[in-house]
Design a protein. Structure first.
Length: 358
């Protein structure tokens, strides 16, 4: 009998966190303009992407975010969590496939987008953005190391990302009244950050980077032990579920009240915690996200939660709800589109596969 716990082991968002990958910001590159960005990104930065795709982000912004990321790592370590980092990779190099070219890549700042850990398995996401095609390079040495230590390692079908995957008519029809997506069903694609894990039940939203085929691929890959549930929210520009709902502990769901108008039936027996409005000021630079990145918190266990230091309304609500709040400055990192949940992927949480729904 071997009772050493698996090196990779995580079934939900709240079991005690033992090891985590935290992204790196060096080498972050402005992604080139594409219909998938048009569908999801704040309008005011369109010109930046159109004019500067493939160039590095300004050094001052990178170094401010880097300092916060490093401090975040120290906080995690002081809470007893082992922190691993991807390789610092410079993404400002053009590349091409037989069908398309990209002016450059993007970044390795958000491991939550690209890696999905379910149980003892790490799954590489088949991502829809051409600028993210080679992002996995930054994680390769970590993945090899976890594999050598016993992890199961797999990847979604390598996508072709040909023009047929994209809906280039996105947003062109002013009479379009139903939600449309910038991607088609031409081949399976997903970002890991569209999924949230609650033991045997996994929740996902279809989005501008995750299509039905991608969801179906993952369901068949995981098999009947897991049930994937597709949720829909009041979000006209969906990309990544973790600024919309966040399961904080068994029976506790933090929700974005602008996007969650009806509680998904499965969560009816849970305590619903409506997040207060974000405290992010209007002048805050946010290239890739709405202000609701405020709720993108990270649970260290069912009580301890890492929250942005300036989010005073959220901090006081979380305290009232009985959580132990750990503060960290992260506004300069937020500029790059994520917060603590996005910037991490849990490798090991102490716990086993359970069911949290009747
Ligand atoms: O406003 O929902 C979330 C981005 C997380 N990567 C939003 C953006």
């Amino acid at each position: 009998m071997n009772d050493t716990p698996p090196i990779v082991n995580s079934f939900n968002e709240w079991d005690p966190l033992e090891e985590v990958i935290v992204g790196v910001i060096e080498g972050s590159t402005i992604p080139e303009w594409h219909v998938t960005l048009e569908a999801t990104m704040p309008k005011e930065h369109q010109n930046l992407f159109r004019q500067n795709g493939g160039k590095l982000f300004p050094e001052s912004q990178i170094s401010a975010a880097k300092k916060e990321l490093d401090d975040f790592c120290h906080i995690l370590e002081s809470e007893g969590v082992t922190v691993r980092r991807p390789d610092s990779t410079y993404f400002n190099k053009p590349y091409s496939s037989p069908e398309w070219t990209a002016q450059g890549g993007f970044y390795a700042a958000m491991p939550r987008d690209i890696l999905l850990v379910i149980g003892n398995e790490i799954i590489e996401s088949p991502m829809a953005w051409r600028s993210r095609y080679f992002e996995i390079v930054a994680y390769r040495s970590l993945l090899k190391d976890y594999f050598e230590k016993g992890a199961k390692w797999s990847a979604g079908p390598k996508p072709l990302l040909s023009d047929r995957l994209y809906n280039y008519d996105y947003g062109k029809d002013p009479n379009q009244d139903k939600l449309e997506y910038a991607i088609t069903e031409h081949e399976p694609v997903f970002d890991a950050a569209d999924f949230l894990r609650c033991g045997k039940d996994v929740f996902v939203q279809q989005s501008n980077v995750t299509n039905r085929l991608g969801i179906e691929w993952l369901q068949r890959h995981l098999g009947s032990t897991y049930r994937i549930h597709t949720l829909q929210f009041e979000d006209q520009h969906p990309m990544h579920i973790d600024a919309t709902i966040m399961p904080l502990a068994p029976g506790k769901l933090l929700i974005n009240p602008d996007r969650v108008k009806e509680i998904p039936p499965m969560f009816k027996g849970w305590d619903i915690l409506p997040a207060p409005r974000p405290a992010i000021p209007d002048e805050q630079l946010l290239y890739f996200t709405s202000k609701w990145i405020s709720i993108n918190v990270l649970m260290l266990d069912e009580k301890r939660v890492i929250v942005e230091k300036n989010e005073l309304p959220l901090i006081s609500s979380l305290k009232q709800w009985g959580f132990k709040v750990i503060l960290c400055s992260f506004r300069n990192f937020n500029t790059f589109g994520g917060s603590f949940h996005c910037a991490t992927v849990d490798i090991r949480r102490r716990g086993t596969l359970q069911s949290y729904f009747d």
